[in-house]
Design a protein around this ligand. Structure first.
Ligand SMILES: NC(=O)c1ccc[n+]([C@@H]2O[C@H](COP(=O)([O-])OP(=O)(O)OC[C@H]3O[C@@H](n4cnc5c(N)ncnc54)[C@H](OP(=O)(O)O)[C@@H]3O)[C@@H](O)[C@H]2O)c1
Length: 361
């Protein structure tokens, strides 16, 4: 039954004998299919109180979301501090954080007015640096902020043209010729971390970095969702071939695939207001969801896990209520007919694997 298969995607862990998780499995890491994106508790777009942040992470852990992704950038240290305080002492957690931005003290910060999308009072400003020494420094800083003696995965954060434009060449140079990758390889070799990869919103950067290093995991945000599947061409097959696990961030494309198009006010896509062609496509998917009486967000959450390269999906959740909703969405039975019709109507690529359905050759 399609519903049962869907539930199985979220009920536990991927088969560790699968080639996709080879590199992670070799280092003893297993990611739960549903993880927790901790940008929200770095006060992404709105302040979250310390008590609410703690309750949210605890609720996520209770719900089995034992993989947590954070970053120095998320609230300029706030998310790392909050995550570390909750998970300290727990052995059953997989934790990823990131490198590529150092936090420098900024005495001009006096309140939690929004900066770079975060409403955080932490008086630091982010500075890009992907060089050997900066990466070593960044990891040390993260250990101190987290208050933890172990980091499982490190992602090189936001390398690529999308973030850096014409300056990307110089950042790639720092990473490759400047020893950033060497630093990460040494940390992995010494057992300081179990693995490393990149955390990006673009496909091109994945190929660029994969050409220079064996990546254990890639956090791909927003680029393999119900709305867009260009990752099927090169990135996902390359990850399967290399044994690189893929973690899907931004499964709702930063909002629209959770809220749908019919709410009052603007709907969000890719950290901004959704353009008309995106709204039009989501409205069609939404109509199909209504026909089958399933929430759009459930389909958005369950879709990426049908791809054999995908190990985990990490939505951004900023409250206990959102965690509880998400648990229900993850276990919502979705009939095979819905997926079949989604494909038949051309709403996803014909070669996109779908839960419980054979993939056409
Ligand atoms: N470069 C990178 O490495 C990178 C980039 C992006 C993301 N990520 C990772 O991926 C995680 C998730 O990404 P994201 O937060 O950008 O995007 P997302 O999960 O696609 O979307 C989050 C948005 O969806 C809304 N939402 C969630 N559940 C909902 C529900 N049940 N009903 C209605 N709305 C719902 C949230 O609204 P509310 O705020 O109202 O709850 C929030 O605005 C991040 O926390 C981070 O760990 C990594």
């Amino acid at each position: 039954m399609a519903g049962d298969e869907t539930y199985l995607h979220f009920a536990g862990y991927r088969d560790v004998s699968s080639p996709l998780v080879n590199r992670l499995a070799q280092s003893g890491l297993a990611l739960p299919a549903l993880g927790f994106g901790a940008a929200s508790i770095g006060n992404l777009y709105r302040p979250v109180s310390d008590a609410e942040a703690e309750a949210t992470v605890l609720a996520a852990l209770d719900a089995g979301m034992t993989y947590i992704d954070t970053a120095p950038y998320y609230g300029f240290g706030l998310s790392e501090r909050r995550v570390g305080d909750v998970v300290r002492g727990r052995k059953d957690i997989v934790l990823s954080t990131k490198v590529g931005r150092l936090l420098r003290p900024d005495p001009s910060v006096g309140d939690d007015r929004e900066r770079h999308g975060f409403c955080s009072p932490m008086p630091f400003a982010p500075h890009y640096d992907y060089s050997h020494d900066a990466i070593m420094r960044s990891v040390e800083d993260s250990f101190q902020r987290l208050g933890l003696a172990r980091i499982d995965l490190l992602y090189i954060h936001d390398i690529g043209h999308r973030t850096h434009g014409a300056a990307n060449g110089q950042h790639m140079d720092a990473l490759v010729a400047g020893g950033g990758l060497r630093a990460l390889e040494a940390l992995r070799e010494e057992g300081v971390i179990s693995g490393f990869g990149i955390g990006v919103n673009e496909l091109e950067a994945c190929a660029e970095v994969m050409a220079h290093a064996q990546l254990d995991a890639i956090l791909l945000a927003g680029r393999y969702t119900l709305l867009e599947q260009d990752a099927l061409d090169d990135m996902l097959p390359a990850c399967l071939a290399a044994g690189t696990a893929v973690v899907i961030g931004g499964p709702y494309n930063s909002g629209i695939l959770a809220t749908g198009t019919r709410q009052a006010g603007p709907v969000h896509y890719d950290y901004g207001v959704a353009p008309a062609h995106v709204v039009e496509k989501v409205a069609r998917i939404e109509a199909l969801c209504r026909d089958h009486d399933i929430p759009l967000a459930a389909a958005a959450l369950q879709f990426p896990l049908a791809h054999p390269a995908v190990a985990s999906v990490i939505p951004g959740l900023g409250s206990v209520a959102r965690v509880q909703q998400t648990q229900a969405l993850a276990t919502q039975a979705i009939p095979g007919d819905f997926w079949a019709q989604l494909r038949a109507e051309g709403l996803v690529r014909p070669d996109a694997p779908l839960p419980g359905l054979p993939t056409p050759c």
